[in-house]
Design a protein around this ligand. Structure first.
Ligand SMILES: C[S@@+](CC[C@H](N)C(=O)[O-])C[C@H]1O[C@@H](n2cnc3c(N)ncnc32)[C@H](O)[C@@H]1O
Length: 298
Protein backbone atom coordinates (compact mmCIF):
# COMPACT_ATOMS: atom_id res chain seq x y z
CA UNK A 1 0.00 0.00 0.00
CA UNK A 2 1.17 3.51 -0.81
CA UNK A 3 2.44 5.36 2.31
CA UNK A 4 1.29 8.95 2.84
CA UNK A 5 4.05 11.51 3.12
CA UNK A 6 3.86 13.32 6.49
CA UNK A 7 3.37 16.67 4.66
CA UNK A 8 0.26 15.41 2.86
CA UNK A 9 -1.08 14.04 6.14
CA UNK A 10 -0.57 17.48 7.62
CA UNK A 11 -2.25 19.14 4.64
CA UNK A 12 -5.25 16.83 5.07
CA UNK A 13 -5.36 17.69 8.76
CA UNK A 14 -5.42 21.41 7.85
CA UNK A 15 -8.50 20.80 5.72
CA UNK A 16 -10.39 19.66 8.77
CA UNK A 17 -9.50 22.73 10.84
CA UNK A 18 -12.88 24.23 11.79
CA UNK A 19 -13.81 27.67 10.52
CA UNK A 20 -15.98 29.73 12.84
CA UNK A 21 -18.67 31.84 11.10
CA UNK A 22 -17.15 35.02 12.59
CA UNK A 23 -13.70 34.20 11.10
CA UNK A 24 -15.28 33.26 7.76
CA UNK A 25 -17.03 36.65 7.57
CA UNK A 26 -13.84 38.52 8.45
CA UNK A 27 -11.82 36.64 5.83
CA UNK A 28 -14.48 37.16 3.16
CA UNK A 29 -14.69 40.87 4.04
CA UNK A 30 -10.90 41.32 3.71
CA UNK A 31 -10.92 39.56 0.30
CA UNK A 32 -13.80 41.75 -0.84
CA UNK A 33 -12.09 44.93 0.32
CA UNK A 34 -8.94 44.10 -1.64
CA UNK A 35 -10.45 42.80 -4.88
CA UNK A 36 -14.23 43.12 -4.84
CA UNK A 37 -14.46 39.32 -5.03
CA UNK A 38 -17.41 38.04 -3.02
CA UNK A 39 -16.58 34.34 -3.47
CA UNK A 40 -16.49 32.85 -0.01
CA UNK A 41 -19.21 35.01 1.52
CA UNK A 42 -21.54 32.54 3.24
CA UNK A 43 -19.45 29.69 1.81
CA UNK A 44 -17.28 28.40 4.68
CA UNK A 45 -16.55 25.10 2.90
CA UNK A 46 -15.23 26.98 -0.14
CA UNK A 47 -13.02 29.12 2.11
CA UNK A 48 -11.66 26.09 3.91
CA UNK A 49 -10.86 24.23 0.70
CA UNK A 50 -9.10 27.21 -0.81
CA UNK A 51 -7.29 28.44 2.30
CA UNK A 52 -5.98 25.33 4.01
CA UNK A 53 -2.74 25.69 2.00
CA UNK A 54 -2.27 29.25 3.29
CA UNK A 55 -2.55 28.01 6.88
CA UNK A 56 -0.06 25.28 6.11
CA UNK A 57 2.38 27.71 4.47
CA UNK A 58 2.18 30.10 7.42
CA UNK A 59 2.34 27.37 10.06
CA UNK A 60 -0.95 28.52 11.63
CA UNK A 61 -3.28 26.18 13.45
CA UNK A 62 -6.58 28.04 13.33
CA UNK A 63 -8.51 30.46 11.17
CA UNK A 64 -8.73 32.83 14.11
CA UNK A 65 -4.92 33.05 13.96
CA UNK A 66 -5.19 33.57 10.20
CA UNK A 67 -7.57 36.51 10.72
CA UNK A 68 -5.10 38.03 13.23
CA UNK A 69 -2.30 37.53 10.69
CA UNK A 70 -4.38 39.30 8.02
CA UNK A 71 -4.86 42.20 10.41
CA UNK A 72 -1.22 42.31 11.45
CA UNK A 73 1.86 43.96 9.90
CA UNK A 74 2.03 41.36 7.07
CA UNK A 75 -1.67 41.73 6.33
CA UNK A 76 -1.40 43.66 3.07
CA UNK A 77 0.95 41.14 1.50
CA UNK A 78 -1.16 38.24 2.77
CA UNK A 79 -4.36 39.81 1.40
CA UNK A 80 -2.83 39.51 -2.09
CA UNK A 81 -2.26 35.78 -1.52
CA UNK A 82 -5.73 35.43 -0.04
CA UNK A 83 -7.24 36.92 -3.20
CA UNK A 84 -5.03 34.63 -5.33
CA UNK A 85 -6.38 31.64 -3.41
CA UNK A 86 -10.03 32.66 -3.69
CA UNK A 87 -10.10 33.94 -7.29
CA UNK A 88 -11.33 31.65 -10.04
CA UNK A 89 -9.08 31.83 -13.07
CA UNK A 90 -10.96 29.57 -15.45
CA UNK A 91 -10.44 30.69 -19.03
CA UNK A 92 -10.01 29.22 -22.49
CA UNK A 93 -9.15 30.18 -26.03
CA UNK A 94 -12.14 31.36 -28.09
CA UNK A 95 -14.43 31.14 -25.08
CA UNK A 96 -17.87 32.36 -26.22
CA UNK A 97 -16.76 32.12 -29.85
CA UNK A 98 -19.61 34.31 -31.20
CA UNK A 99 -17.73 37.32 -29.77
CA UNK A 100 -14.69 36.59 -31.92
CA UNK A 101 -16.85 35.98 -35.03
CA UNK A 102 -18.56 39.32 -34.43
CA UNK A 103 -15.23 41.04 -33.99
CA UNK A 104 -13.96 39.64 -37.27
CA UNK A 105 -17.14 40.26 -39.29
CA UNK A 106 -18.39 43.55 -37.80
CA UNK A 107 -16.14 45.12 -35.16
CA UNK A 108 -12.82 45.10 -36.98
CA UNK A 109 -14.24 46.30 -40.34
CA UNK A 110 -15.86 49.24 -38.48
CA UNK A 111 -12.69 50.08 -36.56
CA UNK A 112 -10.32 49.79 -39.54
CA UNK A 113 -12.36 50.77 -42.62
CA UNK A 114 -15.43 52.72 -41.55
CA UNK A 115 -15.81 56.47 -40.96
CA UNK A 116 -14.40 55.94 -37.49
CA UNK A 117 -11.35 53.92 -38.52
CA UNK A 118 -8.30 54.23 -36.34
CA UNK A 119 -4.61 54.18 -37.19
CA UNK A 120 -3.89 52.39 -33.90
CA UNK A 121 -6.05 49.85 -32.14
CA UNK A 122 -5.78 49.15 -28.44
CA UNK A 123 -7.19 45.92 -27.02
CA UNK A 124 -7.67 45.36 -23.29
CA UNK A 125 -8.45 42.07 -21.60
CA UNK A 126 -9.39 43.52 -18.22
CA UNK A 127 -9.48 40.26 -16.21
CA UNK A 128 -7.04 38.40 -18.39
CA UNK A 129 -6.23 35.36 -16.24
CA UNK A 130 -3.59 33.36 -18.14
CA UNK A 131 -4.17 35.33 -21.35
CA UNK A 132 -6.22 32.96 -23.53
CA UNK A 133 -8.75 35.72 -24.23
CA UNK A 134 -6.07 38.27 -25.12
CA UNK A 135 -4.19 35.90 -27.39
CA UNK A 136 -7.44 34.78 -29.07
CA UNK A 137 -8.21 38.41 -29.88
CA UNK A 138 -4.64 38.99 -31.09
CA UNK A 139 -4.91 36.05 -33.48
CA UNK A 140 -8.23 37.32 -34.87
CA UNK A 141 -6.82 40.81 -35.45
CA UNK A 142 -3.59 39.57 -36.99
CA UNK A 143 -5.46 37.20 -39.30
CA UNK A 144 -7.97 39.91 -40.26
CA UNK A 145 -5.16 42.34 -41.15
CA UNK A 146 -3.23 39.65 -43.03
CA UNK A 147 -6.18 38.51 -45.14
CA UNK A 148 -7.60 42.01 -45.82
CA UNK A 149 -4.24 43.65 -46.51
CA UNK A 150 -5.21 46.53 -44.17
CA UNK A 151 -2.33 48.16 -42.38
CA UNK A 152 -3.17 49.17 -38.82
CA UNK A 153 -1.05 49.12 -35.71
CA UNK A 154 -2.38 47.43 -32.63
CA UNK A 155 -1.43 46.75 -29.03
CA UNK A 156 -2.67 44.05 -26.67
CA UNK A 157 -3.03 44.82 -22.95
CA UNK A 158 -3.88 42.16 -20.40
CA UNK A 159 -4.42 42.98 -16.73
CA UNK A 160 -5.43 40.98 -13.69
CA UNK A 161 -5.33 41.19 -9.92
CA UNK A 162 -3.40 37.90 -9.74
CA UNK A 163 0.31 38.15 -10.44
CA UNK A 164 0.58 34.37 -10.63
CA UNK A 165 -1.71 34.10 -13.67
CA UNK A 166 -0.13 37.15 -15.29
CA UNK A 167 3.34 35.65 -15.26
CA UNK A 168 1.91 32.48 -16.80
CA UNK A 169 0.16 34.63 -19.41
CA UNK A 170 3.35 36.47 -20.28
CA UNK A 171 5.13 33.16 -20.90
CA UNK A 172 2.41 32.42 -23.48
CA UNK A 173 2.99 28.66 -23.33
CA UNK A 174 -0.01 26.32 -23.52
CA UNK A 175 -0.64 22.60 -23.49
CA UNK A 176 -2.19 20.64 -26.33
CA UNK A 177 -5.43 20.42 -24.32
CA UNK A 178 -5.51 24.19 -23.82
CA UNK A 179 -5.13 25.01 -27.51
CA UNK A 180 -7.83 22.53 -28.60
CA UNK A 181 -10.39 25.31 -29.33
CA UNK A 182 -8.10 27.33 -31.59
CA UNK A 183 -9.14 26.95 -35.23
CA UNK A 184 -6.65 24.96 -37.30
CA UNK A 185 -5.66 27.87 -39.56
CA UNK A 186 -4.89 30.11 -36.59
CA UNK A 187 -2.93 27.37 -34.83
CA UNK A 188 -0.79 27.04 -37.93
CA UNK A 189 -0.12 30.76 -38.17
CA UNK A 190 0.18 31.83 -34.55
CA UNK A 191 1.54 28.94 -32.49
CA UNK A 192 4.98 27.43 -32.37
CA UNK A 193 5.27 23.80 -31.35
CA UNK A 194 8.05 23.06 -28.93
CA UNK A 195 10.35 20.25 -29.94
CA UNK A 196 11.77 19.81 -26.45
CA UNK A 197 9.30 20.82 -23.74
CA UNK A 198 6.38 18.53 -23.00
CA UNK A 199 3.37 18.88 -20.68
CA UNK A 200 0.94 16.07 -19.89
CA UNK A 201 3.16 13.88 -22.08
CA UNK A 202 2.49 16.05 -25.15
CA UNK A 203 4.36 18.91 -26.82
CA UNK A 204 3.60 22.46 -25.63
CA UNK A 205 2.84 25.43 -27.85
CA UNK A 206 3.96 29.02 -27.63
CA UNK A 207 2.36 32.14 -29.11
CA UNK A 208 4.50 33.44 -31.99
CA UNK A 209 6.89 36.34 -31.23
CA UNK A 210 4.99 38.65 -33.61
CA UNK A 211 1.97 38.55 -31.27
CA UNK A 212 3.98 38.42 -28.06
CA UNK A 213 5.77 41.61 -29.02
CA UNK A 214 2.42 43.42 -29.26
CA UNK A 215 1.36 42.39 -25.76
CA UNK A 216 1.82 43.84 -22.32
CA UNK A 217 0.55 42.02 -19.23
CA UNK A 218 0.37 43.97 -16.00
CA UNK A 219 -1.22 44.08 -12.57
CA UNK A 220 -4.44 46.07 -12.22
CA UNK A 221 -7.21 45.88 -9.69
CA UNK A 222 -10.47 46.79 -11.41
CA UNK A 223 -11.74 48.30 -8.17
CA UNK A 224 -8.76 50.58 -7.74
CA UNK A 225 -8.24 52.92 -10.71
CA UNK A 226 -4.86 54.02 -9.30
CA UNK A 227 -3.50 50.47 -9.36
CA UNK A 228 -2.53 50.70 -13.04
CA UNK A 229 -0.47 53.00 -15.21
CA UNK A 230 -2.48 51.98 -18.26
CA UNK A 231 -3.28 55.22 -20.07
CA UNK A 232 -3.94 54.22 -23.71
CA UNK A 233 -7.58 54.82 -24.74
CA UNK A 234 -9.05 51.38 -25.49
CA UNK A 235 -10.93 50.37 -28.64
CA UNK A 236 -11.74 46.75 -27.81
CA UNK A 237 -12.31 45.73 -24.20
CA UNK A 238 -13.04 42.28 -22.80
CA UNK A 239 -14.55 42.36 -19.32
CA UNK A 240 -15.82 38.81 -19.25
CA UNK A 241 -16.56 36.38 -16.45
CA UNK A 242 -15.45 38.71 -13.68
CA UNK A 243 -18.45 40.99 -12.98
CA UNK A 244 -20.28 37.97 -11.53
CA UNK A 245 -17.88 37.96 -8.58
CA UNK A 246 -18.75 41.54 -7.53
CA UNK A 247 -21.67 43.12 -5.68
CA UNK A 248 -23.99 45.33 -7.80
CA UNK A 249 -22.31 48.46 -6.36
CA UNK A 250 -18.85 47.20 -7.20
CA UNK A 251 -20.02 46.14 -10.68
CA UNK A 252 -21.09 49.72 -11.28
CA UNK A 253 -17.74 51.07 -10.03
CA UNK A 254 -15.81 48.62 -12.22
CA UNK A 255 -17.80 49.32 -15.39
CA UNK A 256 -17.52 53.08 -14.82
CA UNK A 257 -13.76 52.73 -14.43
CA UNK A 258 -13.47 50.60 -17.57
CA UNK A 259 -15.61 52.91 -19.69
CA UNK A 260 -13.52 55.89 -18.59
CA UNK A 261 -10.58 54.20 -20.34
CA UNK A 262 -12.44 53.59 -23.61
CA UNK A 263 -12.24 55.60 -26.81
CA UNK A 264 -15.68 56.66 -28.15
CA UNK A 265 -16.82 54.16 -30.76
CA UNK A 266 -14.97 51.32 -29.04
CA UNK A 267 -16.53 47.98 -28.15
CA UNK A 268 -17.01 46.34 -24.77
CA UNK A 269 -17.56 42.57 -24.48
CA UNK A 270 -19.01 41.03 -21.33
CA UNK A 271 -19.85 37.36 -20.79
CA UNK A 272 -23.17 36.04 -22.06
CA UNK A 273 -24.25 35.55 -18.43
CA UNK A 274 -23.42 39.16 -17.51
CA UNK A 275 -24.93 42.53 -18.34
CA UNK A 276 -23.93 46.16 -17.98
CA UNK A 277 -27.47 47.42 -18.61
CA UNK A 278 -28.30 50.33 -16.34
CA UNK A 279 -24.80 50.54 -14.86
CA UNK A 280 -23.42 53.52 -16.82
CA UNK A 281 -24.49 55.98 -19.51
CA UNK A 282 -23.01 55.79 -22.97
CA UNK A 283 -23.05 52.03 -23.61
CA UNK A 284 -25.28 50.85 -26.46
CA UNK A 285 -26.02 47.21 -27.20
CA UNK A 286 -24.74 46.22 -30.65
CA UNK A 287 -24.74 42.43 -30.28
CA UNK A 288 -25.19 39.60 -27.81
CA UNK A 289 -23.36 40.94 -24.72
CA UNK A 290 -21.46 43.43 -26.91
CA UNK A 291 -21.73 47.19 -26.31
CA UNK A 292 -20.44 50.26 -28.13
CA UNK A 293 -19.28 53.19 -26.08
CA UNK A 294 -20.28 56.71 -27.05
CA UNK A 295 -19.29 59.72 -24.97
CA UNK A 296 -22.57 60.95 -23.39
CA UNK A 297 -22.22 64.48 -24.83
CA UNK A 298 -21.27 63.44 -28.34
C1 LIG B 1 -12.89 33.57 -14.46
S1 LIG B 1 -11.48 34.49 -14.88
C2 LIG B 1 -11.99 35.20 -16.44
C3 LIG B 1 -10.89 35.19 -17.49
C4 LIG B 1 -11.31 35.70 -18.86
N1 LIG B 1 -11.76 37.06 -18.81
C5 LIG B 1 -12.35 34.81 -19.47
O1 LIG B 1 -13.51 35.22 -19.57
O2 LIG B 1 -12.02 33.69 -19.86
C6 LIG B 1 -11.63 35.88 -13.76
C7 LIG B 1 -10.34 36.65 -13.55
O3 LIG B 1 -10.66 37.89 -12.92
C8 LIG B 1 -9.59 38.23 -12.07
N2 LIG B 1 -10.07 39.23 -11.09
C9 LIG B 1 -10.87 39.04 -10.02
N3 LIG B 1 -11.04 40.19 -9.35
C10 LIG B 1 -10.35 41.13 -10.02
C11 LIG B 1 -10.13 42.52 -9.81
N4 LIG B 1 -10.68 43.18 -8.77
N5 LIG B 1 -9.35 43.18 -10.70
C12 LIG B 1 -8.79 42.54 -11.76
N6 LIG B 1 -8.95 41.22 -12.00
C13 LIG B 1 -9.73 40.53 -11.15
C14 LIG B 1 -9.21 36.88 -11.44
O4 LIG B 1 -7.90 36.91 -10.89
C15 LIG B 1 -9.36 35.94 -12.64
O5 LIG B 1 -8.13 35.71 -13.30
Amino acid sequence: MKQDHPISEFARAMQSVPLRPADASEIAAIAKKHSGITSGENQPEFLRTRLSKRLLALGLHSYTDYVSYLKGPNGRAEAILLVEALATHTTSFFREPAHFDWLNDTGLPALTQGERRRANLAVWSAAASTGAELWSCGMVIEEYLRTSGINVNYQLFGTDVSRAVLSQGALAVFSEREIANIPEELRKNYLLRSKKVVREGKPVYRIVPKLRQKAKLAYANLLDPDSTELSTPMDIVFLRNVLIYFTPEDQKKVVQGVVRRMRPGGYLFVAHTETVRGLVDGLFSVGNSIYQYEAPDG
